[in-house]
Ligand binder design. Structure first.
Ligand code: MG
Length: 163
């Protein structure tokens, strides 16, 4: 069978933090605030996979009240979720990622994020799509106060392993 999942996340842009998107460190004067490394892309991907599996959300599995996740590399959350996917007899089919950022301009680094996600997910890059939108200068994203991300994922799952 196939199952679909969606993930969404937003983090605030602040000074004094690195900007990490989809595992790629992006040169910028600000970074995303969060308990972990605040990789808004990997959080959204993780949530989308958990959603497809019917396993709740990233906060259920990696609560931001847990000191072990302080400044954690979000690749750890994704890797653990991919193990859950595998145990459930699931495989990723494709992924569509939409980033929302007024700054920095993400057009030039979309392909780097795509390549990073393909590697982290062990998928051919042709099954990973990354789109970049601005905030049209309105709202918290348009004012450059935050970066948001939305992800849709499709998985195939062996029927006998689903609950
Ligand atoms: Mg997050």
């Amino acid at each position: 069978m196939v199952r679909v999942g969606s993930g969404h996340d937003t983090h605030r842009l602040v000074e004094g933090r690195p900007l990490i998107l989809g595992g790629v460190t992006v040169p910028h004067s600000k970074g995303l605030h969060g308990h972990s490394d605040a990789d808004v892309v990997l959080h959204s991907v993780t949530d989308a996979i958990l959603g497809a599996l019917g396993l709740g959300d990233i906060g259920d599995h990696f609560p931001d009240t847990d000191p072990q996740w302080k400044d954690a590399n979000s690749q750890v959350f994704l890797a653990d979720t991919l193990r859950k996917l595998n145990l459930a007899g699931g495989r990723l089919v494709n992924l569509d990622v939409t980033l929302f950022a007024q700054e920095p301009k993400l057009g030039p680094i979309k392909q780097a994020i795509r390549a990073s996600l393909a590697t982290l997910l062990n998928l051919d890059a042709s099954f990973v799509n990354v789109k970049a939108k601005t905030g049209e200068k309105v709202g918290h994203i348009g004012r450059g106060e935050a970066i948001g991300c939305h992800v849709v994922v499709l998985i195939e799952q062996d029927a006998h392993k689903s609950e």
